[in-house]
Write a protein that binds this ligand. Structure first.
Ligand code: PLP
Length: 409
């Protein structure tokens, strides 16, 4: 008899986006003429950069001829992209990364979700709360979270990030072995300074813990004192794995490409206390379960690092960040308390008059036809907040903020 991994049965159905879709669809049926503006989705709306398109077309043409055809590539990624990443994303920060520490993938979601394959099921995990749901759900599947009671997993250490602590997570009082940090943060749009992040690196060094550092939104950072990489902090290569994505940096949500840095200095331990290099294990894992990101995609990603590519990608990021500033300014003029939006494409809005996340969501939908995402969907500490994204079209963004201003007068 084939037995199922019963941890999968503990997964809570992700009602968040389907509940939102249901409410929006029933609103559309009853209000067919009213134009809905969607500010809830985390997907991008602007097309790929021309430099990327050109590189991908060229790569397709190469595959059309026997002499330049590419079949299976290296599982870890092509050296041309790995070199461009090291030079542009790390050398520019004064961080030394070796080619064998870079693993090209089909995006940060797969890597964040799969990385736990290398770690025992009985490690304790800590997550900032609210949080990108993949960190929790992938650990539910691995049996690390206990059971879910009233929206909280019994074996997960939740580290609240709310206005009360200025969205700066405090070190946990209970020891954790694996810590998930995401900065700039989805959903709150907030960041940590180098000093704040250093506390976590020091904690991990002292406790032989590992930090899973998701910096999928690093391209949106504007402030000088906000680190782009955890490896800007001394000692981090001994304790941190970093996940990066081209999805929000360069509109690759549909193309699919990202990468993960697993430093050679990083060890996990056997029960008898012997160190094991996670870099070697991750290579073994990837070579077994992953056959590489397509050549065409990697050529497209490489083009992001050309002078034209950089300028084009920057222009799109600036476009989204202009949306974010229009949203933030407009919402603040309405008297709303708004967090994030200055180093990230997410705005985290405190609901007015003590409304719950869902109540505020419904009022925005039914009264001004705007769709956000209820903060409570990202974890217990998200209650009383709503997430808005800046990935929309400019004219729609302006229209949405105009509607809210009119409504809140
Ligand atoms: N990490 C965070 C924090 C995200 O918000 C997202 C996407 O929304 C991802 C990772 C997934 O990125 P990718 O498209 O590279 O899988």
């Amino acid at each position: 008899m084939a037995l199922v991994n019963e941890h999968f049965l503990k997964l809570q159905n992700s009602y968040l986006f389907s509940d939102i879709a249901k409410k929006v669809n029933s609103f559309k049926v009853t209000h067919p003429k009213d134009k809905i503006i969607r500010m809830g989705i985390g997907d991008v709306t602007q097309p790929l950069a021309p430099a990327v398109i050109e590189a991908m077309h060229k790569a397709v043409d190469e595959l059309a001829h026997k002499e330049s055809f590419h079949g299976y590539g290296p599982e870890q990624g092509y050296p041309f992209l790995i070199d461009a990443i090291i030079k542009n994303d790390y050398e520019s920060l004064g961080v030394f990364i070796e080619p064998s520490e870079v693993f090209i993938s089909d995006g940060a979601k797969s890597d964040c979700g799969n990385i736990g394959d290398m770690l025992r099921h009985d490690n304790s995990i800590g997550v900032t709360d609210p949080v990108y749901p993949v960190y929790i759900d992938s650990n539910v599947m691995a049996g690390r979270t206990g059971i879910c009671i009233d929206g909280k997993w019994t074996d997960v250490v939740y580290i609240p990030c709310t206005a009360e602590n200025n969205f700066v997570p405090q070190l946990p009082s209970r020891k954790v072995d694996i810590i998930y940090l995401c900065y700039p943060n989805n959903p709150t749009g907030t960041t940590l300074t180098k000093e704040e992040l250093k506390k976590w690196v020091d904690y991990a060094l002292e406790n032989d813990a590992i930090i899973m550092y998701d910096s999928a939104y690093e391209a949106y950072i504007r402030d000088k004192n906000v680190p782009h990489s955890i490896y800007e902090i001394k000692g981090a290569k001994k304790v941190a794995i970093e996940f990066r994505s081209f999805s929000k940096t360069a509109g690759f949500t549909g193309v699919r490409c990202g990468y993960t840095i697993v430093p050679k200095e990083l060890n996990a331990y056997t029960l008898s206390g012997d160190p094991v290099s996670l870099n070697k294990l991750w290579l073994r894992r990837q070579c077994t379960k992953f056959n590489g990101t397509s050549y065409i995609t990697q050529r497209g990603a490489e083009a992001i690092y050309t002078p034209e590519g950089k300028a084009q990608v920057r222009a799109t990021i600036d476009y989204y960040m202009k949306n974010a500033s229009i949203m933030k300014e407009g919402l603040e003029q309405c008297g709303l308390k708004v967090y994030g939006g200055t180093n990230a494409p997410y705005l985290w809005v405190k609901t007015p008059d003590g409304l719950t996340s869902w109540k505020f969501f419904e009022k925005l939908l039914y009264e001004v036809y705007i769709v956000g995402t209820p903060g409570v969907g990202f974890g217990p500490s998200g209650e009383g907040y709503l997430r808005l994204t800046a990935f929309g079209d400019r004219d729609e963004t302006i229209e949405a903020i105009g509607r809210i201003k009119q409504w809140m007068k």
